[in-house]
Design a protein around this ligand. Structure first.
Ligand SMILES: Cc1cc2nc3c(=O)[nH]c(=O)nc-3n(C[C@H](O)[C@H](O)[C@H](O)COP(=O)(O)O)c2cc1C
Length: 343
C-alpha cells in the first residue's frame, strides 16, 4: 500500500507511472490453454479470453501464411493515458515506455530458453482493425514466441470486440495521427540477464533517492560495459567515484575530466534526488524518431535489470531541457538514467 492505495509492482517503469501499454496475445496449440486471442490484465494477473481461434487467426495479418504454434505478443499504445499529463511530449514517453516493455519481454523470453520471432506487416491499419482497436489505441509492436506449423492459417473475418482502453478520453489529433504513420517496431533486442532474472523482474523499482558514494567502481565499469544499440550514442557522466576520475565518458574512456554535478542536475530539470547519483547515462540518437526512442527504452530496461542485479538503484529520467543537452553531443537527447547506491 502507498498512500492508502494498493501499489502494484510492475515489471517496467513508466513515465509518471501512467503505463500506456497494453498487451494482447494469440495463443495457439499450447497444452492447457484454449487457443485464442487474449488480453493481459496486469492487476489481476489474468489472461482474459477475447475470442477463441481455430484455423483462422491473426497470422495472415502479419504476413505469416502458416499457423504459428505458441504465442504472438501484440503491444499497443494508449496515448491519452500519457498525453492528458504531458501533452505532445507524451510522444517520447510512449515510445520509451514501449522500449522498456519490449526489453522486459526479450529478457524474459531469453531467460526461459526461447527466442523472439520478428512479426511485421505494412498494413498496420488492417492489423489494428481486425484486433478491434479504436481511435484511442494502436498496436505498435508484435513478436512471436514459438514456431510456424505446416498448416495454413485463414484470416479472421470479423474484428474482435474492443477492450476499452480508457474510461475517459481526449485526443491530441497530431499525436494520434503521427502514431498511425509509424511502422511496427520489429527489431529483436540483444539482452543480458543473470540467473536471478525472475526475482529481479518482480522486485525492481525506480530509485527515489540515492546514497552518495556507496556504489563501487566495479559496478560503474560493469554498467559502462553494457552494449548499446547502434542507433544510440551513449554519454556517461561520472559524478562520484572512488579510484576513477569524475567526468564525461564515452565507450568506457574519460574524454573530459571534471565535476559536472550542478550542470547535470540542472539539465534534468533540477530534480534534487539526482544529486546523490554516482552516474547519469545520457542516451542521444542520431535520428529523432520513434524507433530510436524505443531503442533507448530497451537499453534503459537492460540498465534497470543490471542495476538490480548489482544491488544499486536507478531511475529513468525523461524530464530534461532539450537545449541544455547539446553541451555533450550534437545529437538530440532521448533519455537519461540516473544510477547510484541505494539509500
Ligand atoms: C520514460 C520514463 C521517464 C521517466 N522520467 C522520470 C523523471 O523525469 N523523474 C523521475 O523521478 N522518475 C522518472 N521516471 C520513473 C517513473 O517515475 C517510475 O517508473 C514510476 O513512478 C513507476 O515507479 P516504478 O518504476 O518504481 O514502478 C521515468 C520513467 C520512465 C519509463
Amino acid at each position: 500500500m502507498v498512500a492508502h492505495k494498493p501499489y502494484y509492482r510492475l515489471n517496467v517503469p513508466s513515465a509518471g507511472n501512467l503505463h500506456p501499454i497494453e498487451i494482447y496475445v494469440q495463443i495457439r496449440n499450447m497444452t492447457g490453454l484454449l487457443s485464442g486471442i487474449y488480453h493481459l490484465e496486469p492487476l489481476t494477473q489474468e489472461l482474459v479470453l477475447i475470442s477463441e481461434i481455430g484455423a483462422a487467426g491473426i497470422e495472415p495479418y502479419l504476413g505469416v501464411e502458416h499457423r504459428f504454434n505458441g504465442v504472438i505478443v501484440m503491444m499497443s499504445l494508449v496515448p491519452f493515458r500519457s498525453s492528458w499529463k504531458y501533452g505532445l511530449r507524451a510522444w517520447r514517453y510512449l515510445y520509451l515506455d514501449l522500449g522498456h516493455q519490449i526489453g522486459a519481454l526479450a529478457a524474459s523470453v531469453h531467460y526461459f530458453g526461447h527466442y523472439l520471432t520478428k512479426m511485421f506487416t505494412n498494413d498496420t491499419d488492417g492489423l489494428n482493425r481486425i484486433m478491434g482497436m479504436g481511435e484511442d489505441e494502436r498496436i505498435v509492436a508484435v513478436y512471436g514466441v514459438g514456431e510456424s506449423s505446416v498448416r495454413l492459417a485463414k484470416r479472421l473475418v470479423a474484428p474482435l470486440i474492443q477492450v476499452e482502453p480508457t474510461d475517459y478520453t481526449s485526443r491530441i489529433p497530431l499525436l494520434v495521427s503521427n502514431i498511425k504513420t509509424i511502422p511496427l517496431y520489429c527489431e529483436i533486442p540483444i539482452t543480458t540477464h543473470g540467473n536471478d532474472f525472475v526475482a529481479i523482474n518482480h522486485s525492481r523499482r525506480s530509485a527515489r533517492s540515492f546514497s552518495a558514494d556507496s556504489m563501487s567502481d566495479t559496478a560503474i565499469v560493469e554498467l559502462m560495459g553494457l552494449k548499446a544499440p547502434p542507433s544510440l550514442e551513449i554519454v556517461t557522466l561520472l559524478l562520484q567515484v572512488h579510484t576513477m576520475h569524475s567526468g564525461v565518458y564515452r565507450k568506457g574512456q574519460c574524454t573530459i575530466l571534471g565535476d559536472f554535478i550542478p550542470e547535470v542536475i540542472h539539465l534534468l530539470l533540477d530534480q534534487r534526488f539526482i544529486t546523490g547519483a554516482t552516474m547519469v547515462v545520457l542516451m542521444y540518437g542520431e535520428a529523432f524518431d520513434a524507433h530510436s526512442h524505443i531503442d533507448a527504452g530497451i537499453y534503459a530496461q537492460d540498465l534497470y535489470l543490471l542495476c538490480e542485479h548489482l544491488g544499486v538503484g536507478c531511475s529513468g529520467i525523461g524530464a530534461f531541457y532539450d537545449n541544455e543537452a547539446i553541451r555533450w553531443s550534437n545529437n538530440p537527447l532521448h533519455y537519461a538514467v540516473a544510477i547510484g547506491g541505494r539509500s
